[in-house]
Ligand binder design. Structure first.
Ligand SMILES: [Zn+2]
Length: 227
């Protein structure tokens, strides 16, 4: 474990919850930050707060309502349907969202004496979000360091993992059941396995099935024969 402090960008979903467990295992001290931007489901915020409380993590909620003002879309507005054209960006896209979130996370991190910023962005299942790409994260890391004269490190433990591998990581961290049961990924605001119909649920389920089909050694059973 590194004797350092980290801030996890945390939404209460599968990816960021896996990152939170990763950070808890990796760093001496961890805090979480959640952005309130008028999500379709305020339940997301409750879910994040519940998980942070249960894990004993200090939880910051920052108001980013201006995002809704700048880019009203399907993620924040109930009157816009979620859809994805083939090869196009899903209607959940908000221009510059990760740029803004990570920048605010960095201001917070410096304020509480943390160098590490952990985010669940991922380039593998690239859905067209340019600010999820590794090259963007590296570029922003340099910019943040220069802007605040501080040596931030942006950690992206999921960057090169596919969804099945993200489940595997949660399992390795002893958090498979926790992530499966307690997180909210579904666009319709249903925890755990969700509604099963929306794009987020379909992506999550495909990864889960792929992981389970791979003959994965799930926590609780993984110690058999190895201890
Ligand atoms: Zn769903």
């Amino acid at each position: 474990m590194r004797n350092e402090k980290a801030v996890v960008v945390f939404s209460g979903g599968q990816d960021s919850t896996t990152c939170l467990f990763w950070a808890i295992k990796t760093f001496r001290e961890v805090e979480a930050v959640t952005f309130n931007y008028g999500q379709r489901h305020v339940l997301e915020l409750d879910c994040a707060a519940d998980i942070a409380a249960e894990l004993g993590i200090r939880h910051h909620v920052l108001d980013m309502g201006l995002l809704n003002q700048l880019a009203p879309n399907a993620l924040t507005r109930n009157d816009i349907e979620i859809k994805q054209e083939d090869g196009g960006l899903p209607s959940t896209f908000v221009d510059g969202r990760n740029l803004l979130f990570l920048t605010f996370a960095a201001v917070l991190a410096k304020g509480i004496g943390a160098r590490h910023i952990v985010t669940g962005v991922c380039e593998t299942d690239f859905s067209g979000y340019p600010d999820c790409r590794d090259v963007f994260i590296k570029s922003l890391n340099v910019t943040l360091n220069l802007s605040m004269d501080y040596r931030f490190v942006i950690d992206t433990p999921l960057m090169w993992l596919n969804k099945a591998q993200t489940w595997a990581l949660a399992d390795e961290l002893g958090a498979f059941q926790f992530v499966r049961e307690r997180t909210l990924t579904c666009y319709n605001g249903i925890k755990a396995d969700g509604c099963g119909e929306c794009p987020a649920c379909q992506l999550r389920r495909r990864g889960l099935e792929e992981y389970l089909d791979s003959g994965a050694s799930l926590e609780g059973t993984q110690l058999e024969g190895t201890s």
